[in-house]
Design a protein around this ligand. Structure first.
Ligand code: NI
Length: 178
């Protein structure tokens, strides 16, 4: 994972992307999406990071956060670990064929891995303009991937909050200059 130096004004703002094992579409029903959404809201409650925008896609997640901790790894860990702990048993019982595909062998031991190995992609966002562009990028992701026709039709993003102030499913920290 690239090291990101935190500390300057907008340097605390991070664009995080992480994918599921083998880039599979693992978010197969609303329970799985809700596990990720729940964890996004948890990192705010735990004051690990403040959410600015997010989208949960069937095979990856994009999040823009303002970090409240010095280590990016802590944010990623807090977001990913609890989700895989819940999602793996859920996939095992509801989608056993998919669960089987997640098996990886580490040395002699076979295990199942939910997240793509390697931590994901982390980038510091350096300007207001860039934050604005990345928020648009995130919100349009489901449209670009032809999942829905309009960004507001995708339930698992912060778009509706930006458009209407609707805090469901998560209240995010919309910068006041947007
Ligand atoms: Ni994407």
């Amino acid at each position: 994972m690239p090291r990101v130096q935190l500390g300057d004004v907008t340097d605390d703002t991070l664009f995080l992307t992480f994918s599921y094992q083998h880039n599979l579409k693992l978010f197969l029903d609303s329970s799985l999406f809700e596990m990720m959404i729940h964890q996004l809201s948890r990192i705010q409650d735990l004051e690990i990071a403040r959410l600015i925008a997010y989208v949960v896609m069937p095979n990856h997640v994009h999040v823009i956060v303002t970090s409240c901790v010095p280590e990016v790894e802590s944010i990623l860990y807090a977001l990913k670990k609890p989700v895989s702990q819940k999602a793996l048993p859920y996939l095992k019982s509801h989608f056993p064929g998919v669960y089987e595909k997640l098996q990886v062998s580490t040395g002699r031991k076979a295990t199942h891995r939910f997240w793509l190995w390697g931590g994901g992609h982390v980038r510091a966002i350096r300007s207001h303009e860039e934050i604005q562009n990345q928020i648009k990028y995130i919100h349009r992701n489901p449209v670009r991937n032809r999942l829905v026709e309009r960004p507001e039709d995708w339930r698992w993003s912060s778009f509706r909050y930006y458009r209407t102030g609707d805090p469901d499913p998560i209240l995010v920290n919309r910068p006041d200059w947007i």
